[in-house]
Design a protein around this ligand. Structure first.
Ligand code: GDP
Ligand code: MG
Length: 184
């Protein structure tokens, strides 16, 4: 008979992942692209989906992901401490065609330094909408912002899929790497 306690069972870890950024940068679109592999340009700005669970394999281990989307609260710049609590990964999104959305990330990156115990959450800056022709922010500028906060960086498009899978994978692999290091 097998039980949950069998040692040869792959371990299951659940990670809380947040997606943060200004309204309209594509947070919900990135989540839906990653979880369901769809892109819906008609999707209303404030959608009901604000929390999704999915899973992926990292080095043979199954990792469960609880992904939190702000579902519009970011408009009021009032993300509550409970939203941040226990987050192990945070994805900060800006829109490469809108410079102010990148500048506003300073606010969110600083806020997470206050709410999340230092070193607990792996952070990733995602430059979204790179499929669009009217780019205002270069790759170098995004990279500079990410480095300032010791965050990972990737350019992506929820529309074309480019970079989306990689963004989540790199974040989770880094977090899982830290967990391994702590245990050994
Ligand atoms: P949120 O407010 O941050 O959740 O942003 P949404 O996911 O609702 O996206 C805002 C708008 O940008 C929607 O019209 C999306 O279809 C569009 N959008 C999101 N990601 C992309 C992208 O990568 N490329 C393009 N061209 N449009 C996108
Ligand atoms: Mg949204």
């Amino acid at each position: 008979m097998s039980t949950d306690y069998d040692n040869d069972q792959p371990s299951i870890t659940t990670l809380k992942i947040l997606i943060i950024g200004e309204s309209g940068v594509g947070k919900s679109s990135l989540m839906l692209r990653f979880v369901d592999d769809v892109f819906d340009p008609e999707q209303p700005a404030t959608i009901g989906v604000d929390f999704r669970v999915t899973s992926m394999n990292v080095d043979g281990n199954r990792v469960k992901l609880a992904i939190w989307d702000t579902a519009g609260q970011e408009r009021f710049r009032t993300l509550t401490p409970s939203y941040y609590r226990g987050a192990q990964g945070i994805i900060f999104v800006y829109d490469v065609t809108n410079r102010s959305t990148m500048e506003r990330l300073d606010h969110w990156l600083t806020e997470t330094e206050t709410y999340c115990t230092k070193g607990d959450a792996v952070r990733m800056v995602v430059a979204n909408k790179i499929d669009m022709p009217n780019r205002e922010v270069s790759r170098e500028e995004g990279l500079k912002l990410a480095r300032k906060y010791r965050a990972l960086f990737i350019e992506a498009s929820a529309k074309t899929k480019e970079g989306v899978q990689c963004a989540f994978e790199e974040l989770i692999e880094k977090k899982m790497g830290e967990v391994d290091t702590m245990e050994n």
